[in-house]
Design a protein around this ligand. Structure first.
Ligand SMILES: [Zn+2]
Length: 482
């Protein structure tokens, strides 16, 4: 059997396939390189001091997607026995009768059905990416609606001074209590009235650095209806309120303990970057590619978000494992975003739980097609061989032949569930699929198609399944053509 992990495609080839996902290179392993190999491509490609922005966008996104699967493996390995991230997109859902790989040509995406999902925005890089995407659009909608209604939105940040050896559970408890005191006390109530604040959205975040340990902080969007909202004055009042609230919990704030951004751009920026990990314009996993090429120490000196910690662990920084586990334990079950009561209702946005969002992200209106349906036993092999992410990469561009071939390489023989009438792209041009057969003598799948256009009227043609790409559902013109 061929060891998929050992297979490497060179960087040029990776670039080419990224530029045109439908261009198949016969020399390439069907499942391509796994996430580890992708990292090494990136390192090569980036070189010393390289910029990830030099890579084409779709390639960066592909790398980030594969990296998320890899990070999820680590999160699962480090999780407690009952933590749901252990089972996320790994174990079958309770009532599912099988796993399917589904393809959505219009969006060029693919997904699994029949599997459990954990919906944890703190522990699971895959669910967190999906949830953040939904949360981001929700936030953007509310901010837009509020501005349209004549209000203004302000970006504020609450932090505390912290010492290196603070225990995260204790620190977070005090920090959140200080927040409650600041908001709930008379001063907080007066502030809301004076500045005509009709609502807030707060986002809990934490970073860790070797120098300073844990650093919990909250970003809060303040929704005001005051046409003359004075950020200077707000800063002055809120800073004092926060200082005394922090003090009541035995915490101190330094000069940066409270901050208000004076521009609307700060809010837009924050929303645009929301859920990107680390907080930058780069998708997950890519920024870390830059640091990986450098000495580990460089990364250890920075402020790391939890997923950046996980990312470092994936690269062998075992000393960070206790930090990740501490974080995972302390943040389990917490709410990441808090909308003040009534704000969503005011702008007619429905309340949705994280778990629902993770599931909702997969339910869209576009047409989708089941490409393969591995049996439960076969699915176990897929998980074991660590190719869950790679399979979706092939599925999302409709390369069903490579999907089937790649699975065969790891000993998983599945039937391509192609339907006659589907639209396909072939070496002879776009066509309508007529049938798919397994030619057992030649050990491969062949399909017959009807080309849209052909010289000398020879429209019927046969191709290997790996030569075709599914580009859509049944053609309306099929009846006429056949
Ligand atoms: Zn998950």
């Amino acid at each position: 059997m061929i060891d998929l992990r050992r297979r490497q495609s060179n960087t040029d080839e990776l670039t080419r396939s990224a530029a045109d996902p439908r261009q198949r290179d016969p020399a390439r392993s069907a499942l391509g390189s796994n996430a580890n190999t992708v990292s090494s491509h990136a390192r090569k490609k980036l070189g010393a001091g390289g910029e990830s922005s030099a890579l084409p966008q779709d390639q960066r996104e592909r790398m980030a997607r594969l990296r998320r699967w890899e990070l999820q493996n680590h999160a699962a390995k480090l999780a407690g026995a009952k933590d749901r991230v252990r089972f996320c997109l790994r174990n079958m859902a309770y009532l599912a009768d099988g796993v399917e790989i589904r393809y959505r040509p219009a969006k060029q995406t693919a997904r699994y059905t029949g599997l459990q999902t954990c919906g944890s925005v703190w522990h699971c890089p895959i669910c967190a990416a999906k949830i953040s995407e939904q949360r981001r659009s929700e936030l953007a909608r509310i901010v837009e609606a509020h501005i349209a209604a004549g209000g203004s939105v302000w970006m504020t940040t609450y932090t505390i001074r912290h010492k290196k050896f603070n225990d995260l559970a204790d620190l977070l408890k005090r920090f959140l209590e200080a927040r409650r005191v600041a908001k709930g006390g008379n001063a907080g109530i007066r502030l809301r009235r004076d500045f005509q604040i009709i609502g807030t959205v707060s986002v809990l975040e934490v970073t860790w650095s070797k120098e300073n340990g844990w650093h919990p902080h909250v970003h809060e969007l303040v929704f005001s209806m005051d046409p003359n909202f004075d950020p200077e004055k707000f800063d002055q009042v809120m800073r004092a309120v926060w200082r005394s609230a922090a003090k009541s919990q035995g915490l101190k704030m330094n000069g940066h303990g409270f901050q208000i951004d004076r521009t609307y751009g700060a809010v837009a920026d924050y929303i645009a970057k929301f859920g990107h990990e680390p907080m930058s314009d780069k998708p997950w996993g890519v920024e870390s590619e830059i640091t990986k090429g450098h000495i580990k120490r460089g990364r250890m000196e920075r402020h790391l978000t939890p997923f950046a910690i996980l990312d470092a662990i994936a690269d062998g920084c075992d000393e960070l494992i206790p930090r990740w586990q501490e974080y995972a334990q302390v943040f389990k079950g917490r709410k990441q975003l808090n909308y003040s009561p009534g704000l969503k209702a005011m702008y007619q946005v429905e309340e949705t739980e994280d778990e629902e969002l993770a599931a909702l992200a997969d339910v869209e209106q576009d047409e989708e097609f089941t490409l393969v349906r591995p049996s439960p036993g076969q699915w176990e092999t897929i998980v074991e061989k660590n190719v869950r992410g790679n399979l979706l990469e092939l599925a999302r561009v409709g390369r069903v032949g490579e999907l089937v071939e790649g699975l065969a390489e790891i000993g998983v023989e599945v039937e391509p569930l192609l339907q006659s009438g589907w639209r396909v792209s072939t070496p002879g041009g776009d066509a309508t699929l007529l049938s798919v057969k397994n030619e057992s003598t030649r050990g491969r799948w062949r399909c017959s198609v009807l080309l849209d256009q052909a010289e000398n009227a020879q429209r019927w043609r046969a191709f290997d399944l790996v030569e075709i790409v599914v580009i859509g559902g049944p053609s309306p013109g099929l009846a006429k053509a056949s």
